[in-house]
Design a protein around this ligand. Sequence first.
Ligand code: C5P
Length: 207
Amino acid sequence: TKPLIIAIDGPAASGKGTLARRLAAQYGLPHLDTGLTYRAVAHRLLQFGLPLENVSAAETAARQLDLGDMNREVLSQHAVGEAASKVAVMPSVRRILVDKQREFAAKGAVLDGRDIGTVVCPDASVKLYVTASPQVRARRRHDEMVAGGKDVSYETILADIERRDARDMGRADSPLKPAESAYLLDTSQMDIEAAFSAAKTIIDVRL
Ligand code: C5P
């Protein structure tokens, strides 16, 4: 039988990561946050003081990346996400990372990112496109950062989110968009429990 692959895409701070983790636990599948792979490449360049436009350095970092050795705490920093969206426009870097992501998915998994349903796993068993208004996403991200002791304004976060959306949706290679068969989940008015139970219902009817 075909391995169960759940593909979850959506913009920054849409709640797709939390949802993916919950679904992975629910269905007993490994989970890969593919955003971390782009973040790890960007972080490498930042670490070595290399410009984020350096394609060959980014390719090397992508080739050397070990999916089992990504430090979520370091990589989840807001500034690393911004940098990640710059290396994510490079087709050669995407090809290297997509190969690693497909290998991870092969035996069944939950993957979340921007191009899982469209490019990485076009044959996924279930595809979800998780979204929320930019204002709601900025509010959630801002609350998280304030709770973590960061001093940053809501307006700055909203501007960052809108800039990142534009870059992710506007790039030529693998832009963020719902896959044709994706189920749209707008979480603007939902908490995580509601989003989880909606997603579970969608998945269970398709299994
Ligand atoms: O989801 P996260 O915010 O961690 O992703 C960081 C950046 O990595 C995104 O803004 C996007 O540019 C890139 N990305 C991507 N394709 C994916 C996952 C992330 O291009 N599948």
